[in-house]
Design a protein around this ligand. Structure first.
Ligand SMILES: NC(=O)c1ccc[n+]([C@@H]2O[C@H](COP(=O)([O-])OP(=O)(O)OC[C@H]3O[C@@H](n4cnc5c(N)ncnc54)[C@H](OP(=O)(O)O)[C@@H]3O)[C@@H](O)[C@H]2O)c1
Length: 311
């Protein structure tokens, strides 16, 4: 089978195609024939060596966290999934592959009404949004909630979780995405590149999620935050809060919910509602396309990059 990965850190061109054996499922594992995988900013950081922390990744490192596909084999210990089931998988590596083995606590069923590209895009963003809302922020019904980057991967899922919890949302994004924000159901919209001249919107928000790529906030967090508010961040950043008694919380995997808990939430959500995640391109999983999808991560972009394997 084919997998994409790298042996040296660097730009998108370090990504290579590897020929590997199809893995065999172990106890509590299934073998998935991957239909599609999605690209995350995190994988771009890994490729550049930004997360090695002095501990280099073992080469070759096979990339990929998020995928959707069909089960083609199960270990005899698995009783709740069977061959033919469509599943979504979250994993630490090796998702840009034609086949993967996965433990059953790392998969969820894909409702067949959920389009394959959206299913492939759900794991990392859905886990981050779920954790931010339910485990890191301390949300009260009276909170005023703003999401910076509301039409991005994490931001759009956070908005859908907020609406699911009957909270009003002030969505913030580039002015070009106002229509998409309203299609998500966001009630109020602020374009960070076309801010109103009056200042009545400032210092009103008690919980602000900053989901912009790389943690940039265009200087908005301090303009939005009210006293005793929370800023929830998805990347380390040097934002110094100016609102009195405001708290900055950066989400991380330690102390977060298990993938299993998160997938239980999204399974329940999908049984009740449809899900929207902006998709930029869906294209065949070739080396050129994977490199190009990685190159797009550092350019201004909108929507997920999804790569598909031929049947
Ligand atoms: N800590 C965690 O566990 C965790 C998990 C998932 C994600 N993250 C991080 O959260 C952030 C958002 O992830 P995501 O998947 O939602 O990202 P994304 O959808 O690719 O981007 C989010 C938003 O960033 C803006 N953007 C796009 N290209 C940009 C560029 N080149 N420079 C600056 N801003 C740009 C866009 O908003 P506008 O067009 O409105 O500007 C976009 O909607 C990333 O930095 C990611 O690494 C962290």
């Amino acid at each position: 089978m084919k997998s994409f990965g790298f042996t040296n850190y660097g730009g998108p061109d370090v990504i290579q195609e590897f020929e590997r054996d199809i893995p065999t499922p172990k106890t509590n594992q299934v073998l998935i024939k991957v239909a599609a995988f999605a690209i995350n900013p995190y994988e771009g950081y890994l490729r550049q060596g930004q997360f090695s922390n002095g501990q280099p990744l073992t080469a070759p490192f096979y990339l990929g966290s998020d995928l959707v596909g069909q089960i083609v084999a199960v270990d005899p210990s698995v009783t709740d999934y069977q061959v033919g089931d469509w599943v979504i998988n979250h994993r630490a590596k090796s998702g840009y592959s034609q086949y993967v083995t996965a433990s059953t606590n790392k998969i969820m069923r894909r409702p067949l009404t959920l389009p394959v590209p959206i299913a492939a895009s759900l794991p990392t963003t859905g886990i981050a949004a779920y954790n931010a809302w339910y485990h890191f922020a301390n949300i009260k019904p009276t909170d005023q909630i703003a999401i910076i980057g509301v039409t991005g991967g994490v931001g759009s899922l956070l908005a859908q979780i907020a609406l699911y919890n009957h909270q009003q949302v002030l969505g913030i994004a580039n002015h070009r995405h106002e229509k998409v924000a309203h299609e998500l159901g966001v009630q109020n919209f602020l374009a960070y590149d076309q801010l109103p001249s009056d200042t009545s919107w400032q210092h009103q928000q008690t919980v602000v999620f900053n989901t912009l790529l790389g943690g940039h906030d265009h200087g908005l967090a301090n303009q939005l935050l009210a006293p005793k508010s929370q800023l929830i961040c998805f990347n380390d950043n040097d934002i110094q809060l100016t609102a009195p008694a405001a708290e900055k919380i950066t989400i991380h995997y330690r102390g977060a919910a298990t993938d299993h808990e998160t997938f239980e939430f999204w399974t329940k959500y999908l049984a009740e509602r449809s899900l929207q995640i902006a998709i930029d391109q869906v294209r065949p999983a070739t080396l050129a396309n994977v490199r190009d999808a990685h190159a797009s991560l550092t350019k201004p972009h909108f929507g997920k990059q999804v790569l598909t394997w031929a049947d």
